[in-house]
Design a protein around this ligand. Structure first.
Ligand SMILES: Nc1ncnc2c1ncn2[C@@H]1O[C@H](COP(=O)(O)OP(=O)(O)OP(=O)(O)O)[C@@H](O)[C@H]1O
Ligand SMILES: [Mg+2]
Length: 246
């Protein structure tokens, strides 16, 4: 089964053609890393997947739901497809554990006891069991991001989308977040689509690497091919040499 299927998808912002003829299939349980220069359409692509942004043309099927169909209820998609953002987007007026318990309580009507138990288990998993009663403002960026990941996991999604989850973090916090993500990729059968320029992460856990430029997918390679034989387009090789220079 495939979790995500793009067929000739076009997306516009007004007259600006942001996603050009996207064809992409991501299977259940796959981990896919999406890279490309700034403005290439990575966030636009990922945001279309859980219905945050509409497409103009083509077909987009996510978890069996047709996103081009106006009758599709995007809330049904978001229940199974979580998203982790660059800037965490925690509820700052709620404690850490409340952040994690909120959506399962409201959307899934999960019983309180069970909800709290799972939240604590997830806090433990991301190494922050001692922060349950803290407020987000009392946490570091890396801790906030791990809470945001735990919050997504609490919905028991089939698919998780990550948009540059470590790019707003200080270097010493990046690995803690990547370790949590690697653990999910290796030890769960969740589908993951991750926009990141952390190539160590890509090498370690990605099944595929996709390279975008100017709203198009230029490369869609297995991780072995992408890092082994070098990407096939000049554009991607140039990009890789730039990011590895940092
Ligand atoms: N809401 C919007 N309205 C108009 N144009 C937009 C909007 N969002 C994005 N764009 C344009 O679409 C193009 C793709 O943007 P997108 O954010 O998807 O790129 P990106 O690859 O995620 O870049 P970055 O690496 O900087 O995050 C850019 O040229 C951007 O200016
Ligand atoms: Mg982006």
């Amino acid at each position: 089964m495939s979790m995500i299927e793009f067929h000739n998808v076009q997306k516009y912002y007004g007259k600006f053609h942001a996603l050009k003829d996207i064809n992409l299939t991501i299977d259940d349980g796959e981990t896919v890393v999406l890279i490309g220069p700034s403005g290439s359409g990575k966030s636009s692509l990922i945001r279309t997947v859980n219905g945050l942004d509409p497409i103009r043309d083509g077909q987009l099927i996510v978890n069996g739901f047709d996103l081009a169909d106006k009758k599709t209820n995007v809330n049904l998609i978001r229940k199974d497809v979580g998203m982790v953002f660059q800037h965490f987007n925690l509820y700052n007026n709620k404690s850490v554990i409340e952040n994690i318990m909120l959506a399962p309580r409201i959307v899934l009507k999960r019983p309180e006891e069970e909800n709290r138990e799972l939240a604590m288990k997830l806090l433990d998993k991301v190494g922050l069991a001692n922060k349950a009663e803290s407020m987000p403002a009392q946490l570091s960026g890396g801790q906030k991001q791990r809470i945001a990941i735990a919050r997504s996991l609490a919905m028991k999604p089939k698919c998780l989308l990550f948009d540059e989850p470590t790019s707003a973090l200080d270097p010493e916090m990046i690995d803690d977040v990547l370790d949590v993500m690697k653990d999910i990729a290796k030890n769960s059968n969740m589908t993951m689509l991750v926009v990141t320029h952390e190539m160590g992460f890509a090498r370690a856990v990605a099944d595929r690497v996709i390279f975008m430029a100017d709203g198009r997918i230029l490369e869609d390679d297995s991780t072995e091919k992408f890092f082994g034989d070098q990407p096939s387009t000049e554009r991607a090789r140039e990009f890789m040499s730039k990011i590895s220079g940092h």
